[in-house]
Design a protein around this ligand. Sequence first.
Ligand code: ZN
Ligand code: ZN
Length: 278
Amino acid sequence: MKVTLLGTGSPIPSPDRAGPATLVQAGATNLVFDAGRGVLMRLSAAGVIPPFVHRLFLTHLHSDHTTDFNDFVTTRWAMSPVDNPLPITGPPGTAAYVDRVLHMLSDDIGYRLEHHADLNWNPGCSVTELLDGAHPADDVLTANGVTITAAPTDHRPVAPTVGYRIEHEGTVVAIAGDTIPCEGLDALCAGADIYVQTVIRADLVTAIPVPRLQDIHDYHSTVEDAARTATKAGVRTLVLTHMVPAPFPGSEPEWIALAAAHFDGEIILGPDLTVIET
Ligand SMILES: [Zn+2]
Ligand SMILES: [Zn+2]
Protein backbone atom coordinates (compact mmCIF):
# COMPACT_ATOMS: atom_id res chain seq x y z
CA MET A 1 0.00 0.00 0.00
CA LYS A 2 0.99 3.59 -0.51
CA VAL A 3 0.22 6.25 2.11
CA THR A 4 0.37 9.93 1.12
CA LEU A 5 0.09 12.62 3.78
CA LEU A 6 -2.26 15.06 2.07
CA GLY A 7 -2.25 17.46 4.99
CA THR A 8 0.00 17.49 8.04
CA GLY A 9 -1.31 20.72 9.56
CA SER A 10 -3.63 21.42 12.46
CA PRO A 11 -6.46 23.93 13.02
CA ILE A 12 -3.85 26.71 13.15
CA PRO A 13 -3.40 28.00 9.58
CA SER A 14 -0.01 27.30 8.06
CA PRO A 15 1.32 28.53 4.71
CA ASP A 16 2.67 25.12 3.80
CA ARG A 17 0.76 22.51 5.77
CA ALA A 18 -2.80 21.71 4.70
CA GLY A 19 -5.36 20.43 7.19
CA PRO A 20 -5.50 16.79 8.24
CA ALA A 21 -6.15 14.30 5.44
CA THR A 22 -4.41 11.10 4.36
CA LEU A 23 -4.61 9.11 1.13
CA VAL A 24 -4.20 5.33 1.28
CA GLN A 25 -3.86 3.57 -2.06
CA ALA A 26 -4.35 -0.19 -1.91
CA GLY A 27 -3.82 -1.52 -5.40
CA ALA A 28 -6.21 0.49 -7.56
CA THR A 29 -8.39 1.54 -4.60
CA ASN A 30 -8.15 5.16 -3.44
CA LEU A 31 -9.21 5.77 0.15
CA VAL A 32 -9.16 9.22 1.79
CA PHE A 33 -9.18 9.69 5.55
CA ASP A 34 -10.52 13.07 6.75
CA ALA A 35 -11.03 16.16 4.64
CA GLY A 36 -9.16 19.05 6.22
CA ARG A 37 -8.24 22.40 4.73
CA GLY A 38 -6.90 22.10 1.18
CA VAL A 39 -7.62 18.38 0.79
CA LEU A 40 -8.45 18.61 -2.92
CA MET A 41 -5.34 20.65 -3.76
CA ARG A 42 -3.16 18.03 -2.15
CA LEU A 43 -5.18 15.16 -3.63
CA SER A 44 -4.66 16.59 -7.11
CA ALA A 45 -0.93 16.89 -6.40
CA ALA A 46 -1.00 13.19 -5.51
CA GLY A 47 -2.54 12.49 -8.93
CA VAL A 48 -6.08 11.70 -7.77
CA ILE A 49 -9.20 13.65 -8.69
CA PRO A 50 -12.37 13.50 -6.56
CA PRO A 51 -14.45 11.24 -8.87
CA PHE A 52 -11.79 8.54 -8.50
CA VAL A 53 -11.94 8.33 -4.71
CA HIS A 54 -13.59 5.05 -3.70
CA ARG A 55 -14.52 6.12 -0.18
CA LEU A 56 -14.04 9.00 2.23
CA PHE A 57 -13.58 8.08 5.90
CA LEU A 58 -14.03 10.55 8.73
CA THR A 59 -12.34 9.94 12.08
CA HIS A 60 -14.52 12.54 13.83
CA LEU A 61 -16.47 15.67 13.11
CA HIS A 62 -14.08 18.34 14.45
CA SER A 63 -13.92 21.14 11.89
CA ASP A 64 -10.19 20.80 11.15
CA HIS A 65 -10.89 17.25 9.89
CA THR A 66 -13.99 18.11 7.85
CA THR A 67 -13.71 21.71 6.74
CA ASP A 68 -13.20 20.94 3.04
CA PHE A 69 -15.83 18.22 2.88
CA ASN A 70 -18.07 20.69 1.07
CA ASP A 71 -15.39 21.15 -1.62
CA PHE A 72 -14.99 17.37 -1.86
CA VAL A 73 -18.68 16.64 -2.43
CA THR A 74 -19.33 19.58 -4.75
CA THR A 75 -16.28 19.03 -6.92
CA ARG A 76 -16.85 15.28 -7.20
CA TRP A 77 -20.42 15.97 -8.29
CA ALA A 78 -19.49 18.67 -10.79
CA MET A 79 -16.63 16.60 -12.28
CA SER A 80 -18.46 13.27 -12.60
CA PRO A 81 -19.92 12.48 -16.04
CA VAL A 82 -22.54 10.20 -14.44
CA ASP A 83 -24.25 10.04 -11.07
CA ASN A 84 -21.42 9.03 -8.73
CA PRO A 85 -22.49 9.22 -5.08
CA LEU A 86 -19.63 9.58 -2.62
CA PRO A 87 -19.42 6.67 -0.16
CA ILE A 88 -18.62 8.02 3.29
CA THR A 89 -17.88 6.19 6.51
CA GLY A 90 -17.74 8.00 9.82
CA PRO A 91 -18.92 8.12 13.42
CA PRO A 92 -22.55 8.62 14.47
CA GLY A 93 -23.58 12.10 13.43
CA THR A 94 -21.97 11.81 10.00
CA ALA A 95 -25.27 11.45 8.12
CA ALA A 96 -26.75 14.53 9.81
CA TYR A 97 -23.53 16.45 9.16
CA VAL A 98 -23.61 15.49 5.46
CA ASP A 99 -27.27 16.52 5.18
CA ARG A 100 -26.51 19.91 6.72
CA VAL A 101 -23.58 20.52 4.38
CA LEU A 102 -25.72 19.61 1.36
CA HIS A 103 -28.37 22.01 2.64
CA MET A 104 -25.76 24.74 2.94
CA LEU A 105 -24.81 24.06 -0.70
CA SER A 106 -28.38 24.18 -2.01
CA ASP A 107 -27.96 27.55 -3.78
CA ASP A 108 -24.93 26.30 -5.70
CA ILE A 109 -26.60 22.97 -6.46
CA GLY A 110 -29.59 24.85 -7.88
CA TYR A 111 -27.44 27.12 -10.07
CA ARG A 112 -25.57 24.18 -11.59
CA LEU A 113 -28.62 21.99 -12.15
CA GLU A 114 -30.32 24.87 -13.94
CA HIS A 115 -27.29 25.80 -16.06
CA HIS A 116 -25.95 22.38 -17.17
CA ALA A 117 -28.35 20.33 -19.27
CA ASP A 118 -26.29 17.14 -18.82
CA LEU A 119 -26.19 17.47 -15.05
CA ASN A 120 -29.54 16.30 -13.81
CA TRP A 121 -28.86 14.61 -10.49
CA ASN A 122 -28.14 16.00 -7.07
CA PRO A 123 -24.78 15.43 -5.36
CA GLY A 124 -25.22 12.16 -3.56
CA CYS A 125 -23.50 10.66 -0.57
CA SER A 126 -24.05 7.16 0.80
CA VAL A 127 -23.20 7.32 4.47
CA THR A 128 -22.30 4.46 6.77
CA GLU A 129 -22.11 5.32 10.46
CA LEU A 130 -19.94 3.23 12.78
CA LEU A 131 -19.61 2.56 16.47
CA ASP A 132 -23.07 3.64 17.44
CA GLY A 133 -23.24 2.41 21.00
CA ALA A 134 -20.98 -0.10 22.66
CA HIS A 135 -19.63 -2.06 19.70
CA PRO A 136 -15.96 -2.78 20.36
CA ALA A 137 -15.14 -2.84 16.65
CA ASP A 138 -16.90 -2.70 13.35
CA ASP A 139 -16.15 -4.40 10.05
CA VAL A 140 -16.23 -1.54 7.62
CA LEU A 141 -15.83 -3.21 4.27
CA THR A 142 -14.07 -5.83 2.29
CA ALA A 143 -13.73 -5.11 -1.42
CA ASN A 144 -11.09 -5.46 -4.13
CA GLY A 145 -8.82 -7.36 -1.76
CA VAL A 146 -8.91 -4.55 0.82
CA THR A 147 -10.27 -5.17 4.31
CA ILE A 148 -11.01 -2.26 6.59
CA THR A 149 -11.96 -2.47 10.22
CA ALA A 150 -12.64 0.29 12.72
CA ALA A 151 -12.35 0.70 16.45
CA PRO A 152 -13.31 3.40 18.92
CA THR A 153 -10.63 5.89 19.88
CA ASP A 154 -10.60 8.29 22.83
CA HIS A 155 -10.82 12.00 21.98
CA ARG A 156 -13.34 12.82 24.73
CA PRO A 157 -15.26 15.02 25.19
CA VAL A 158 -15.53 14.57 21.41
CA ALA A 159 -17.25 11.19 21.07
CA PRO A 160 -17.56 8.76 19.48
CA THR A 161 -14.40 8.93 17.40
CA VAL A 162 -13.11 6.26 15.08
CA GLY A 163 -9.76 4.91 13.91
CA TYR A 164 -9.27 2.65 10.91
CA ARG A 165 -7.13 -0.37 10.04
CA ILE A 166 -6.60 -1.14 6.36
CA GLU A 167 -5.27 -4.54 5.27
CA HIS A 168 -4.18 -5.43 1.74
CA GLU A 169 -1.96 -8.23 0.46
CA GLY A 170 -0.64 -9.03 3.93
CA THR A 171 0.28 -5.48 4.89
CA VAL A 172 -1.44 -3.17 7.40
CA VAL A 173 -1.91 0.59 7.70
CA ALA A 174 -3.49 2.15 10.82
CA ILE A 175 -5.00 5.65 10.65
CA ALA A 176 -5.67 6.92 14.14
CA GLY A 177 -7.13 10.42 14.03
CA ASP A 178 -7.10 12.52 17.20
CA THR A 179 -6.92 10.28 20.28
CA ILE A 180 -5.08 9.56 23.46
CA PRO A 181 -3.64 6.05 23.85
CA CYS A 182 -6.45 3.54 24.38
CA GLU A 183 -7.45 -0.06 23.85
CA GLY A 184 -9.14 0.58 20.50
CA LEU A 185 -6.01 2.28 19.21
CA ASP A 186 -3.85 -0.65 20.31
CA ALA A 187 -6.13 -3.03 18.38
CA LEU A 188 -5.93 -0.92 15.22
CA CYS A 189 -2.15 -0.74 15.38
CA ALA A 190 -1.33 -4.35 16.26
CA GLY A 191 1.52 -5.43 14.00
CA ALA A 192 0.91 -2.54 11.57
CA ASP A 193 3.47 -1.74 8.91
CA ILE A 194 2.51 1.94 9.05
CA TYR A 195 0.80 3.77 11.93
CA VAL A 196 -0.24 7.38 11.23
CA GLN A 197 -0.90 9.41 14.38
CA THR A 198 -1.94 13.03 14.93
CA VAL A 199 0.30 14.48 17.65
CA ILE A 200 1.05 17.46 19.83
CA ARG A 201 4.37 18.52 21.43
CA ALA A 202 3.33 18.82 25.07
CA ASP A 203 6.42 20.82 26.05
CA LEU A 204 5.85 23.44 23.33
CA VAL A 205 2.09 23.68 23.89
CA THR A 206 2.70 24.20 27.63
CA ALA A 207 5.08 27.05 26.81
CA ILE A 208 2.45 28.98 24.84
CA PRO A 209 0.50 31.13 27.36
CA VAL A 210 -2.91 30.74 25.75
CA PRO A 211 -5.50 29.08 28.01
CA ARG A 212 -7.53 27.69 25.10
CA LEU A 213 -4.47 25.90 23.79
CA GLN A 214 -3.87 24.25 27.16
CA ASP A 215 -7.23 22.48 26.75
CA ILE A 216 -5.80 20.28 23.96
CA HIS A 217 -3.45 18.40 26.30
CA ASP A 218 -5.99 15.93 27.62
CA TYR A 219 -7.42 14.65 24.34
CA HIS A 220 -4.44 14.28 21.99
CA SER A 221 -1.52 11.88 21.82
CA THR A 222 1.81 13.52 22.51
CA VAL A 223 4.77 12.55 20.35
CA GLU A 224 5.90 10.31 23.22
CA ASP A 225 2.42 8.74 23.53
CA ALA A 226 2.45 7.87 19.82
CA ALA A 227 5.89 6.28 20.18
CA ARG A 228 4.77 4.21 23.17
CA THR A 229 1.67 3.04 21.29
CA ALA A 230 3.88 2.06 18.33
CA THR A 231 6.20 0.03 20.56
CA LYS A 232 3.36 -1.70 22.38
CA ALA A 233 1.73 -2.68 19.08
CA GLY A 234 4.92 -3.81 17.35
CA VAL A 235 4.58 -1.25 14.57
CA ARG A 236 7.24 -1.00 11.82
CA THR A 237 6.94 2.69 10.88
CA LEU A 238 5.45 5.51 12.97
CA VAL A 239 4.27 8.51 10.96
CA LEU A 240 3.59 11.77 12.80
CA THR A 241 1.05 14.20 11.38
CA HIS A 242 -1.24 17.12 12.38
CA MET A 243 1.62 18.45 14.50
CA VAL A 244 0.70 21.07 17.09
CA PRO A 245 2.40 23.47 17.01
CA ALA A 246 3.68 23.19 13.44
CA PRO A 247 7.41 22.35 13.64
CA PHE A 248 9.77 25.21 12.86
CA PRO A 249 11.77 24.32 9.75
CA GLY A 250 14.85 22.49 10.92
CA SER A 251 13.33 21.34 14.22
CA GLU A 252 12.05 18.04 12.84
CA PRO A 253 14.96 16.02 14.32
CA GLU A 254 13.92 17.25 17.79
CA TRP A 255 10.45 15.79 17.31
CA ILE A 256 11.87 12.54 16.00
CA ALA A 257 14.30 12.29 18.95
CA LEU A 258 11.41 12.63 21.41
CA ALA A 259 9.69 9.70 19.72
CA ALA A 260 12.88 7.67 19.33
CA ALA A 261 13.33 7.63 23.11
CA HIS A 262 10.27 5.34 23.24
CA PHE A 263 10.28 3.54 19.87
CA ASP A 264 13.05 1.73 18.00
CA GLY A 265 11.40 1.55 14.59
CA GLU A 266 11.35 4.00 11.70
CA ILE A 267 9.86 7.45 12.53
CA ILE A 268 8.69 9.84 9.83
CA LEU A 269 7.77 13.51 10.19
CA GLY A 270 7.60 15.07 6.77
CA PRO A 271 6.02 17.84 4.73
CA ASP A 272 2.66 17.49 3.00
CA LEU A 273 2.71 14.89 0.22
CA THR A 274 5.25 12.70 2.01
CA VAL A 275 4.78 9.14 0.69
CA ILE A 276 5.33 6.01 2.78
CA GLU A 277 4.95 2.51 1.33
CA THR A 278 4.24 -0.76 3.13
ZN1 ZN B 1 -10.15 16.57 17.01
ZN1 ZN C 1 -7.58 17.62 14.91
